[in-house]
Write a protein that binds this ligand. Structure first.
Ligand code: GRF
Length: 202
C-alpha cells in the first residue's frame, strides 16, 4: 500500500513509520511512504523525509486566495502520489470538503488525547488544565468535524502531579508513535471496513 504522510512539526510520528518500514521492509509492514506533505517550510518533519529520500511538497494557506483553493491544491498534491492511505501525523490544518471527498475513509489522524475528550489544537494542555488523571492518544479516521471521526485505537497515559505540557506530551508521544505504527500497518495489511462509528480491521 502507498502512504502519503502529512506533517507540520518535528515529524517523530513520521520517523516512527519510516523506522518500522525500514525494519520490516515495505512488504512485511504492508506499506511504503511515497511522499510527505506539509503546510509550512523549514520543519524537521520535512528534513526527515528528505533524509529518507522521499518526495516532499509544501502547500501554505497564505499562498492561496481562499481556504478552498488551498484545500484544492493540497488535494491535488496528495492525489499526484496516488496514495491508498493518507496519514496526518501532527498535521495542524483542518482539511476541507474537496480533500475529504477525495480521501475520506482512507485519511487517518493521530490526536494526543482520548477523544472525544480534549479535541483541537491543545489537547495535551487542555487535559492537564482540566485536572484529568489519565489522558492518552487516539488514532481515528478524519471526518468533516474536528477530531470527531470514527476511532480506530487509543492508548492511555497517566498524568503525573509534576507534569507540565511538554513532559506530558513527550510521554504521550511514546505511546502514540507505537499506536500509529501498529494501526497503519494493520490497516494496510488486513484491510478494514468503517461501519458508522465502528472500524473493523479484517
Ligand atoms: C503529535 O502528538 C500529534 O498528535 C500532535 O502533534 C504531535 C506531532 O508530533 N498533533 P510529531 O511532529 O510527529 O513529532
Amino acid at each position: 500500500k502507498r502512504l502519503v504522510v502529512l506533517v507540520s512539526g518535528s515529524g517523530t510520528n513520521l520517523q516512527a513509520l519510516l523506522d518500522a518500514i525500514a525494519e520490516d521492509g515495505p512488504e512485511g509492514y504492508g506499506a511504503e511512504i511515497v511522499a510527505v506533505g506539509a503546510d509550512r517550510d523549514g520543519i524537521e518533519g520535512l528534513a526527515r523525509a528528505e533524509r529518507a529520500g522521499l518526495a516532499t511538497f509544501v502547500r501554505r494557506v497564505k499562498d492561496y486566495d481562499s481556504r478552498d483553493e488551498w484545500d484544492r491544491a493540497l488535494t491535488e498534491a496528495v492525489a499526484a502520489h496516488e496514495p491508498d492511505l493518507v496519514v496526518s501525523a501532527g498535521f495542524m490544518k483542518i482539511v476541507g470538503k474537496e480533500f475529504l471527498a477525495r480521501f475520506g475513509g482512507r485519511f487517518v489522524n493521530t490526536h494526543p488525547a482520548l477523544l472525544p475528550s480534549f479535541p483541537g489544537a491543545h489537547g495535551v494542555r487542555d487535559a492537564l488544565a482540566y485536572g484529568a488523571r489519565v489522558t492518552g492518544c487516539t488514532v481515528h479516521f478524519v471526518d468533516d468535524g474536528v477530531d470527531t471521526g470514527p476511532i480506530i485505537a487509543q492508548g492511555v497515559v497517566e498524568i503525573r502531579d509534576e507534569d507540565d505540557e511538554s513532559a506530558l506530551h513527550e510521554r504521550i508521544k511514546e505511546v502514540e508513535r507505537r499506536l500509529l505504527v501498529d494501526v497503519v500497518g494493520r490497516l494496510a495489511r488486513n484491510g478494514y471496513r468503517i461501519e458508522g462509528r465502528k472500524v473493523v480491521i479484517q
